[in-house]
Design a protein around this ligand. Structure first.
Ligand code: 5GP
Ligand code: MN
Length: 347
């Protein structure tokens, strides 16, 4: 019932054979991991450990503070904060590398060279469009709501659901909750709810997880949000579009920390009749952009066409290498050609 078409029986069988002896597995995820990247990596790691394998979970960069409750015993190595040579040796000593919640190598950013060119079996679990990684054990479904759902499907297909425990469960649940926008996005299928139900059955404290993730604001983050909403929000009803810009100076003023702006773009999208939202942020010498939409407007195509980016149909990102002001101007100049498409979106 819960085995999606993306979990091919022959791949499962091949992986089962491969895992029939104890293996060392290096698990990685995309840069700036979110709850789905981190949760699915940790869920898979705990599952593999229970099956007698050794695991090494490596994140290219630090994970946000509101996810600090997820890892146990400091089990996540943050590449940016560790010795490159140590991590390289550890990866080289592994039998299997696992890529979670991404399928384009560049999303590992500075960690990419340590994985590229490795001559060893690989495992991919992902739901992003346009994968370029072809893994030995390849489990990919763009219709899946979360990579955590893919991890669950794999565990189910391996016949190992009895190995699930509250620790694995909370990691899977965290990925599902966040990637479905708390069970709001259209990707929230019956299967998603069934998995969530199973998590409740095995004792995952689902309500507590929501509080940990969503009621975990710092005062600075909330004040920055207040400032953006009252001073910076621009609403363009004629294009059903709303957006914010956030300069480096403003971030300094509000002592903004990594991850503090996570989810802000959704406030712009929560305005009645708005179907296209964006946030433009000066970050690390470039303008990092998040796009969100409702319904038929494909922000991944918009991001790819104009901002060297990509992502999902309703959640995408990109970057710009001109100033914040010029980026905003460019964005505004693009809207007229999308006007008709935006006006036709059913909200
Ligand atoms: P966010 O706005 O949360 O940073 O990103 C939303 C989604 O857009 C991510 O899950 C990812 O799939 C995609 N994305 C964000 N930034 C980029 C980018 O620079 N390039 C590509 N190809 N995809 C991105
Ligand atoms: Mn995901």
């Amino acid at each position: 019932m819960l085995e999606g078409p993306s979990i091919q029986t022959d791949m499962v069988k091949a992986l089962e054979d491969f895992l029939s002896v104890p293996r060392k597995v290096a698990i990685t995820m995309h840069h700036n991991p979110d709850a789905d990247a981190l949760g699915s990596a940790l869920g898979l790691a705990r599952y593999l450990k229970k099956k007698g394998h050794q695991t090494l979970v490596i994140s290219p960069s630090a994970y946000p503070g509101f996810l600090e409750w997820l890892p146990q015993d400091g089990e996540v190595i943050v590449f940016e904060e560790a010795e490159t040579e140590d991590i390289k040796q550890a990866i080289d000593a592994c039998d299997l590398v696992a890529y979670l919640d991404f399928s384009v190598p560049s999303r590992m950013e500075a960690l990419e060279p340590l994985f590229s060119g490795l001559d060893k079996p690989s495992l991919l679990l992902d739901h992003h469009i346009a994968p370029t990684i072809q893994a030995t054990f390849h489990f990919w479904d763009p219709a899946a709501a979360a990579t955590a759902q893919m991890v669950y499907r794999l565990i189910a297909a391996m016949g190992d659901l009895e190995l699930l425990d509250p620790h694995i469960g909370e990691a899977i649940y965290a990925g599902i909750v966040t990637d479905t926008g708390s069970f709001k996005y259209p990707s929230t299928s019956r299967e998603v709810h069934e998995i969530a139900g199973h998590m409740i059955d095995i004792g995952v404290p689902t309500s507590t997880i929501h509080y940990r993730i969503y009621d975990n604001n710092s005062e600075n983050r909330l004040r920055l949000l207040g400032y953006l909403l009252s001073e910076k929000l621009r609403v363009l009803p004629e294009y059903r579009t709303a957006y914010f810009t956030l300069s480096a100076d403003e971030q300094e003023r509000f002592c903004t920390e990594k991850g503090d702006t996570e989810g802000f773009v959704n406030y712009a999208l929560s305005i009645r009749d708005i179907v296209f939202a964006a946030i433009f942020m000066e970050k690390e010498g470039k303008i990092k952009i998040s796009f969100r939409s409702i319904g038929s407007f494909p922000v991944n195509e918009f991001a790819q066409a104009h901002f060297n980016g990509g992502g999902h149909k309703n959640a995408a990102g990109g970057a710009s290498h001109v100033s914040l002001e010029e980026t905003e101007k460019l964005f505004l100049s693009l809207l007229p050609q999308y006007k008709e498409q935006l006006l036709n979106v059913k909200r």
